[in-house]
Design a protein around this ligand. Structure first.
Ligand code: Q9C
Ligand code: ZN
Length: 342
């Protein structure tokens, strides 16, 4: 299996986030990608190639123009206010406030175009975000070109980013852009299978009213876990998209037995949908030792995830999402990929 990877992710370094009442170094850190790279080299997964630059025309079909115009400008505007460090939002247009007027000042705009304080921006963030987007599209190109599978080693991740907001370490929704790109190349139906510990709220929102992308999410119950405000089992899609969004919320403490039953059910629904291609939002924060998560998957479980997905017999693009047990992230993420190939 080929991997697409860009060292430009390193621009997104030194980022901070708001956790439990404190601004702390972000759990989503550069070493995550480096551990995955080291592991896939160690097991000789296959060639690692650089991304090809892509313009934002596909991204503009899943994100708003205003949001995509805003993202690259954030840090320069932050600095222009005499600030340094991480640009972090602190105020949001919640219920009862005006969501239809975009404020002028940078702090107001950061709030307007975000969901939480876990999506800071530093000097090199935009370049890394753009490279992550290019990684996803380049890997999608490999699958479109006839490879059975490819691995987009994206950093930063994407699945919390919605049409017009960043959230939870995510800025551009790489998996959503890739799915849209497959459709633009002639695919009739694309399935996104999101196995990250957290609900992929951004992906759900983007495709909620559409029948051409089936979105299947396995995740921690939003009653207990971030993103809290989306990801319930009764969210099934709307309008033309009704029936094409499927959520499997699971309680803290979930281990392989329960989780794999949900995966199996999701895979059956995916087969019924008969997509031309599968995009896997690959998070490994379901791991028992993940520092911000509360599922109990073990290292030996990850290859079984890959094997189950392989059984679908469909062209499959893996897009890296979360996973914060840095010392184990390489073995676990690459475990899914080798399990797929076995
Ligand atoms: N107690 C992804 O996995 N913050 N994003 C949690 C820690 C949100 C995770 C705070 C976690 C977002 C791509
Ligand atoms: Zn996650």
């Amino acid at each position: 299996m080929k991997t697409v990877f860009s060292p430009r992710h390193l621009g997104h370094s030194g980022n901070m986030e708001l956790v439990a009442g404190a601004i702390v170094p972000a759990f989503e850190m550069p070493s995550r990608a480096e551990f995955i790279m080291n592991r896939l080299t160690e097991v000789k997964l296959g060639p690692v190639i650089d991304p090809v630059e892509h313009d934002l025309s596909t991204a503009a079909k899943v994100h708003s123009k205003a949001y995509l115009d805003f993202l690259p400008t954030i840090y320069a505007r932050w600095k222009a206010e005499g600030r340094d460090g991480t640009a972090i939002p602190f105020t949001w247009p919640t219920r009862g406030l005006r969501g239809d007027v975009v404020p002028e000042f940078i702090d107001g705009q950061l709030g307007y175009y975000s969901f939480d304080g876990g999506c800071g921006i530093v000097e090199g963030s935009w370049d890394a975000i753009k490279s992550s987007h290019d990684v996803a599209l380049t890997a999608a190109g490999l699958v479109h070109g006839g490879e059975r599978t490819a691995f987009a080693l994206c950093r930063p991740p994407g699945h919390h980013a919605g049409a017009a907001f960043m959230a939870g370490y995510c800025y551009i929704n790489n998996a959503a852009v890739a799915a849209q790109w497959f459709l633009d190349q002639g695919a009739k139906r694309v399935a996104i299978l999101d196995v990250d510990y957290h609900h992929g709220n951004g992906t759900q929102e983007i495709f909620y009213q559409r029948a051409d992308v089936q979105v299947i999410n396995l995740h921690a119950d939003p009653m207990q876990e971030y993103p809290y405000f989306l990801g319930h089992a009764d969210e099934k899609g709307a309008g033309a998209g009704e029936g094409f969004n499927i959520n499997y919320p699971m309680r803290w403490g979930t281990s392989w037995e329960t989780w794999s039953a949900a995966l199996d059910d999701g895979c059956k629904k995916l087969e019924d949908y008969a997509p031309d291609v599968v995009v896997v939002s690959l998070g490994v924060d379901t791991f028992e030792k993940d520092p911000i998560s509360k599922f109990k998957l073990k290292t030996e479980d990850f290859p079984k995830i890959g094997a189950r997905i392989a059984k679908l017999g469909l062209p499959t693009l893996f897009v890296m999402e979360g996973g914060y047990a840095v010392a184990d992230i390489g073995v676990n993420a690459v475990g899914v990929l080798t399990g797929f190939e076995s």
